[in-house]
Design a protein around this ligand. Sequence first.
Ligand code: ATP
Length: 402
Amino acid sequence: MKTTEVAEEGSRPDRVRELEERNAQLRSDKRKATSEVRALQEEVRSLTREVQRLTVELEKIKHPPLIVGTILDVLVDGRVVIKSSTGPNFVVPAADFVDRGLLKAGTRVSLAQNNLTVVGVLPSSRDPVVAGSEVARRPEVSYADIGGLAGVVDEVRETVEYPLTRAALFEELGIRPPKGVLLQGPPGTGKTMLAKAVANATDATFLRVVASELVQKFIGEGARRVREVFELAREKAPSILFIDEVDALGARRSDDGTSSNREVERTLMQLLAELDGFEPRGDVRIIAATNRADILDPALLRPGRFDRVIDVPLPTHEGVRAILALHTDSVRLGDDVDLDDVVRRTGPISGADVQNLCTEAGMRAVRHGRSVVLHEDFLAAVRKLQGDDLPGAVRGAVGLYA
Ligand code: ATP
């Protein structure tokens, strides 16, 4: 009996320890289980989100594609006449949920595929080319940034800037300013800069479109783009609409009768129509630029259209010097740099070439680990420009200035 009591007493601490260990184990298991539950809850949430996303995607995929149409007329009974992108015109009803106030001639709408019912009004979306055209409110180019074109700048100011800033004076004097101004000259001579500088001086919006991007292979697309570009210019007025490479559109018409040629012609006709319908004293000024005025369709140059042609030639010796001074203004030049010597060695080059020259010289300095541009960098840049970079015609004309 005594022995049993001793044995029982002896086992109690063991039992307590055992229970404590068991307790600790259970606590640890509980912690693990709790964190697993949390992880699983998080996973459930993320899977629910994924299911929602996939459900939306699935809905989109199940939805039949809609046809795009343009409203031509809204009839008194509420039905609309639409021109669909598939071709003919149709008279169709509009679904009840479509806001009747938004149904107007010219609005783009979506149509159900089976019965062409109007099921939605599309936001007025511009063609990506038009929407993506360079639009800048007060571009950061001023007349002071343009070198060697003093006479040209004056002419551009008179024909483009003053009709905007002194419109009342023109009105009083009864003078009709030129409707459109055509800048013609070799590439890189500063035509775009001139247009931007006018926009800057007049606080006007600058819009630049490249004519070759307006021409489309689908019938009527080019004309629509021209219309939209002019619409945008009017919307953003006062504005300067700059049409670059206008020869792509207005090259003299040939009679080869191909459909692509007819489409270019249609686009040109739309441009002419827009120009004709334009108020010369209005607050939208139009500037076009070309490297090839000689191949332009005479219709473009008729009075009331681009009736002022301004030559933007390659800069003279002094012009190149002035442009070089502008482009090296913020460059750290070594004491040995003699810009006159650089100009003497370049021969006739455009403003863009001068810019390239400075970049090349700067790059050479960087390549040699210098933080200052030396005369030898400019000489190396001139050699590179004369050797590899000049277009053939100019390279042929390169001769050292006397
Ligand atoms: P393109 O006919 O190829 O469109 P462009 O005549 O419109 O050329 P710009 O785009 O105006 O030429 O000029 C290109 C760059 O060349 C300008 O960003 C500018 O750095 C430089 N440049 C050209 N002409 C001049 C100039 N007269 N003064 C200062 N920089 C000039």
